[in-house]
Design a protein around this ligand. Structure first.
Ligand code: SAJ
Length: 422
């Protein structure tokens, strides 16, 4: 049998929830988006968007105009509920924080009806989907859930992790294969029918725990591989070898494909998700933990290189003091060609410089117009000004704008190998 969906509700209208809601709405389904942020709800209902993602604005605008997508603060009845809320970690132990999933579960529980499907899309530690089903069952003792009634449950529950790349969300949502992890076969069949509305990739069925682990595995794989590149860059620096040349040479081997080093790993996924594996298997996840530590240590290594660069500049400019040195930083986002500064190692480095350096700290970030709060001391300026006024130049993000530039004269550190040799 094929399951039919007339109304779909998406809880959490952020970087994943809003594109997903818009995608269903563009297939002419009625979509109710729910978010706790009144400003986001208002913006979406006016046909605009509150985040930056290529092509999302036109799809949301058309969906709202056509009457298929609306946003609200309070959940309403629907056939399927997709939960796409944040799952950060808390404290120094990096314990997963499931409070947003719990809040979303408790918010939708009152409007659940027999036959509904609830999908957890948020990247989650193993066991989170079962935990969500337990919260729902606790709030609705009149309904049966897969952990109680198996295939015959009133409510179907699945984990279908999002796996799209920021900047390419609208293409990858459609083209990527989708992992469907139902708590029962019926849950998987129903979730698969839901995603097939817009997914052109394959919907691959597994169970909820494997689906949770698959998503964490993908991001940990990338984190471990970036850590390898970052460790190589530190080793090569010590041994006076150009790491970029080294990696290019090694990658000529048919079975070697090393990623690129940088100032650290940012974003809300790769720097977070491996900790969810570590938290569930702390004694076993040794490589995964070490990779996180290597990548988290990279901004500190870059800062030490900047200190050495300042010493070099002072030695080359007798009579000048440290407060005379202007540091120019190129790039603040967490990766190239986006405006997203959250969990950005580049921003963390520049903030630390602004705090510790007695001279001026300039920052060039072509993708933003103003700096967020908490960035006191950083002077946002154009590339040409930074080049003209900087004494020590540090490239932190390989935005396209920088790739076409020559390495500035004077003391320069290029953490991404983006500048062309002067
Ligand atoms: N980075 C490097 N060197 C590299 C590649 C990346 O230093 O060679 C850095 C980037 O600069 C950035 C960080 O890693 O700071 C993460 O960037 P990314 O482009 O690797 O990944 P994200 O965080 O934008 O998106 C990832 C994707 N996961 C994988 O590629 C396995 C995406 O498919 C996921 O959906 C997303 O995480 C998520 O939401 O989990």
């Amino acid at each position: 049998m094929t399951y039919q969906f007339n109304v779909i509700s998406v809880i959490g209208l952020g970087y994943i929830g809003l594109p997903t809601a818009a995608m269903f709405a563009s297939h002419k389904l009625k979509v109710i988006g729910v978010d706790v942020n009144p400003a986001a709800v208002e913006t979406i209902n006016s046909g605009a968007i509150h985040i930056v993602e290529p092509d999302l604005d036109t799809v949301v605008h058309a969906a709202v105009e056509g009457g298929y997508l609306s946003a609200t603060l309070k959940p309403e009845a629907a056939d399927a509920f997709l939960i796409a809320v944040p799952t950060p970690f808390k404290g120094d132990d990096h314990e997963p924080d499931l409070s947003y999933i719990e809040a979303a579960s408790r918010a939708i529980a009152p409007v659940l009806r027999p036959g509904n499907l609830v999908v957890l899309e948020s990247t989650s530690p193993v066991g989170a989907t079962e935990q969500m089903a337990a919260w729902l069952a606790d709030a609705r003792p009149d309904l049966s859930f897969p952990q109680q009634a198996g295939e015959a449950s009133d409510i179907r529950v699945a984990h279908c992790p999002e796996r799209v790349l920021p900047g390419k969300v609208m293409q990858e949502l459609v083209l990527n294969d989708r992992i469907i992890g139902g708590m029962t076969a019926t849950c998987s069949a129903m979730a698969s029918d839901l995603y097939r509305i817009f997914v052109e990739g394959e919907c691959v069925i597994t169970n909820a725990r494997t689906a949770e682990m698959a998503k964490l595995t993908e991001n940990s794989f990338r984190d471990v591989n970036i850590a390898f590149a970052n460790e190589l860059s530190i080793i090569c620096d010590k041994l006076a070898i150009d790491v970029w040349e080294l990696i290019a040479l090694a990658n000529r081997h048919p079975r070697v494909s090393i990623l690129q080093p940088g100032p650290g790993v940012g974003g809300h996924c790769i720097a977070v998700d491996p900790w969810f594996i570590v938290s569930k298997a702390p004694d076993e996840a040794r490589l995964i933990r070490t990779a996180r530590e290597v990548n988290d240590g990279k901004p500190g290594w870059v800062l030490a290189k900047v200190e050495a660069a300042i010493d070099q500049w002072l030695a080359e400019h007798p009579g000048k003091s440290i407060s005379d040195a202007t540091i120019a930083c190129y790039g603040l986002a967490f990766k190239p060609d986006i405006d997203d500064l959250r969990e950005s190692p580049a921003l963390a480095i520049v903030k630390q410089l602004a705090k510790a350096h007695p001279g001026r700290v300039l920052a060039v970030e072509p993708n933003i117009r103003s700096l967020p709060t908490g960035t006191d001391g950083i002077i946002l300026c154009a590339d040409s000004e930074a080049r003209a006024q900087g004494d020590i130049h540090i490239l932190l993000v390989d935005h396209s704008e920088f790739r076409s530039q020559e390495r500035p004269e004077g003391v320069a550190i290029d953490t991404r190998n983006a500048w062309k040799a002067a």
